[in-house]
Design a protein. Structure first.
Length: 419
């Protein structure tokens, strides 16, 4: 029986595996390395995060993105977006350097067994471990608006379903959403000759500013420090103090996780969108119907009146919602037993352990507990260090019940005892 089974081989899974291996834990890692970045993002996309905020985490801190780019002769400068292809290649290099061999098979089921958990691979092999770290990324959590859910995949798809956009050359496509995924997808479609428009519920788009220079007068840095989530003290708190974020009241955390760093386009995509892509601002999709080979959309316009639109295909760039019910690889009884946060995501303790002892969670699914950093690669470093510490603690102490949300006094006692 292994000490740790890591399910997922994206930035969080690989970082956790690196720290676990360095700590001497026996482990297995399952998943196609950097699958979301290799298989679910079209060619031509760029990282929205700064290069220095996009490092996977190894204990020695020697395997950052800048180190990889230096080896490749590729610039990794502040304010210069990194192509997604470069980042994916960096992740593969990191895995070769810092992680035991990754088994690329998919885990289809995780269930309890005596002494820990049993996982089943796509071809039926069973693997047992005392603890499990689920780092499944964002793909289980794709969110498509209710008004579009009655359409089949021939008519509607999520933006993350496309490794390339070639199938839409010469066609008519409507992108729904006002964030980076929507705007960059629309730009790429327009640049390849697709007739494309963007439907945005908000009355206006939000664009991120060009980041301030890395070196600047001290007083400017003091007013708005750099952080992995952008400049400013609020962003600095979210990015650099996720442990302190978790101590905020439950309702406050849930509100911030939902509203902070809302939909916005990167500064470098603005000139590729506004002059060329029609924007239907203040419009909301209320219904959608298959119409021959295309789609008829019913919209509510800015004045509240109905608007009708016909298109060939709809791409919903409408984000992700990480709820307990969408963790389909967990056995039903395990999933049902997980305590949840106010937004429906699984509750995790201060070392990323769920209410099921020995089951740890990482990435987007922990954003309501540890803050917006968990939605970005930047959160992988804090997660890997903290989660592996929790795994080692669990291996020493054995199974024990964890406090659940709402019992704040009992939780404070337990946390104090664990310090």
């Amino acid at each position: 029986m292994y000490d740790l089974l890591v399910v997922g081989a994206g930035p969080y899974g690989l970082s956790i595996a690196s720290h676990a291996a360095a700590a001497g834990l026996s482990l297995r890692v399952f998943g196609r390395p950097m699958a979301s970045w290799r298989d679910h993002m079209p060619r031509g996309m760029f990282l929205k995060s700064e290069p220095w905020a996009s490092d996977l985490s190894d204990p020695a801190g020697r395997l950052g993105l800048a180190a990889y780019c230096a080896r490749q002769g590729t610039p990794a400068r502040h304010g210069a977006p990194i192509p997604v292809e470069v980042f994916a290649s960096y992740g593969l290099w990191f895995a070769r350097q810092a992680v035991p061999e990754v088994d690329e098979r998919t885990i289809t089921d995780v269930s309890p067994c005596p002494g820990g958990f049993e996982a089943v691979t796509e071809d039926g092999q069973r693997v047992r471990a005392r603890t499990v770290a689920l780092a499944v990324g964002v793909m289980p959590f794709t969110e498509i608006p209710a008004a579009l859910q009655g359409l089949g995949p021939a008519h509607v798809s999520h933006s993350s379903h496309h490794g390339d956009l070639d199938r839409f050359r010469g066609r008519d496509v409507t992108v729904v959403g006002g964030g980076q995924a929507a705007l960059e997808t629309a730009a790429l479609l327009a640049e390849q000759g697709t007739r494309v428009r963007v439907v945005v519920r908000a009355p206006r788009l939000t664009w991120n500013d060009v980041p301030p220079a890395w070196e600047r007068p001290w007083w400017r840095s003091a007013r708005a420090p750099h952080s992995g989530l952008g400049p400013g003290w609020r962003n600095w708190f979210y990015a650099e103090r996720p442990g302190a974020f978790r101590r905020l009241p439950d309702a406050t955390r849930a509100r911030i996780a939902t509203t902070a760093l809302g939909p916005a386009g990167a500064w470098w995509v603005r000139d590729r969108v506004e002059p060329t892509v029609p924007l239907l601002l203040g419009h909301e999709v209320t219904a959608a119907y298959a119409a021959g080979d295309g789609v008829r959309l019913a919209l509510r316009g800015p004045s509240g009146g109905p608007v009708s639109l016909e298109t060939g295909h709809v791409i919903a760039a409408t984000g992700f919602r990480a709820t307990r019910e969408r963790l389909g690889l967990l056995a039903a009884d395990v999933r049902a037993d997980l305590a949840v946060s106010p937004d429906g995501s699984p509750y995790v303790g201060r070392e990323f352990e769920s209410s099921r002892p020995g089951l740890f969670l990482a990435g987007l699914v922990t954003a309501s507990s540890f803050g917006p950093a968990m939605r970005f690669v930047h959160g992988a470093s804090f997660t890997a260090r903290t989660l592996v510490r929790g795994v080692r603690r669990r291996l020493r102490t054995g199974p024990a019940p964890l406090p659940v949300p709402g019992a704040r006094e009992r939780r404070a006692v337990v946390e104090a005892a664990g310090r």
